[in-house]
Design a protein around this ligand. Structure first.
Ligand code: FAD
Length: 311
């Protein structure tokens, strides 16, 4: 490999030609006051990168409805960020889900990430509520009936574990687009070639909305393996090899994780993709560093957000 082919060469050598990437960040509602502090430090650190939006997950089984709502509201009130609220079909009737969406619209939230949702802990598979939405395509249509939300949906480069076939999975993604989704965000993946081949098939299947790659910078490799197994994502051998021997070395794991994710994004940029959704796990450092490597720079400090009721 010549220096000009290396990961950082284009960035540091002055030959930066790629346009500045568009990014978004995912957070989850914190469980404890300590986690809340970490989350808010991360939100504030990432805010000057001016992401297109930041999304807030909805716990498996719909268990974080209140906390998702509270975090989204706080982001809206206390930052300049555009929040996107995840919403699922799990454990609620259509009327209940619709009410949550109406509350969001009234609060000023205009972007929903519409998902069928994972089953609650202990349940083997998703069971729709008797009066509920059966799947994400139905939910997208329901949201669009309520208001003109911007709606993002999930997509699976390595095929959803419940899909009848890879083609059926893409046909279903197309159904979500036809129902009104205007962006898909992918499940995490690590093999760029797998994603690019799948993207080609998605385009051939008529999916013409942006399909934004979901990037997970990994620091806890064992946790990532468990998570990947659960959602049908493959951990390539080269990646296991890179983390081999680092179980007790979190500092090196961090550097390795940042390098892998930055290289993944750079390869995607080479293929013409320049929008990325980061699964931050509520930590800013790796996502921030990767964005920096990709050419993104913090905006000058913004005016503080006016607090409700302030004169
Ligand atoms: P759907 O799109 O409804 O279905 C998933 C797949 O099942 C389809 O692609 C299709 O292959 C098959 N399928 C479903 N219904 C039909 C049908 N009627 N006919 C034919 N095939 C069908 N989970 C949470 O609980 N909370 C979150 O906040 C959350 N955020 C996520 C964010 C992203 C970006 C991603 C990628 C996933 C997220 N998930 C979340 C996980 C998601 O809920 C699970 O992957 C879930 O199992 C499927 O959700 P979905 O919206 O893709 O479902």
């Amino acid at each position: 490999m010549t220096p000009s082919e290396g990961l950082l060469a284009g960035r540091l050598g002055g030959a930066v030609d790629a346009a500045v990437p568009g990014v978004s960040f995912e957070f989850f509602p914190p469980n404890t006051p300590e986690m809340e502090l970490t989350l808010w430090k991360s939100v504030k650190r990432l805010e000057p990168l001016r992401p297109h939006f930041v999304s807030v997950t909805y716990g498996a089984g719909g268990g974080t409805r209140e906390r998702t709502h509270n975090l989204v509201s706080r982001i809206l009130k206390e930052t300049h960020l555009v929040p996107a609220a995840h919403l699922t079909c799990v454990g609620a009737s259509r009327a209940e889900v619709d009410r949550v969406a109406e509350d969001y619209w009234r609060a000023g939230v205009r972007h929903i990430v519409a998902l069928r949702g994972d089953p609650p802990k202990g349940a083997a598979r998703f069971e729709a509520h008797p009066q509920g939405y059966d799947n994400a395509a139905e939910l997208v249509a329901g949201l669009k009936r309520i208001a003109d939300f911007e709606v993002s949906v999930a997509a699976y480069p390595e095929v959803h574990t419940e899909a009848a076939s890879p083609q059926a999975d893409l046909d279903f993604l197309k159904r979500k687009v036809d129902a009104g989704a205007s962006r898909a965000i992918t499940q995490l993946f690590f093999d760029v070639d797998v994603y690019l081949r799948w993207l080609d098939r998605a385009h051939k299947a008529g999916v013409s909305i942006p399909i934004v790659p979901g990037i997970m910078p990994v620091t806890n490799f064992r946790g990532a393996v468990r998570f990947a197994e659960g959602c049908g994502a493959t951990i390539p051998h080269w990646m296991s090899h890179l983390f081999d021997g680092l179980d007790k070395d979190p500092e090196t794991r961090k550097l390795v994780g940042a390098t892998i994710a930055a290289e993944q994004c750079r390869r995607l940029q080479d293929a013409g993709i320049n929008e990325f959704h980061f699964y931050t796990l509520n930590r800013a450092d790796l996502s921030y560093a990767i964005c920096h490597i990709l050419g993104l720079r913090a905006a000058p400090e913004a005016e503080p957000v006016a607090q409700a009721g302030a004169v």
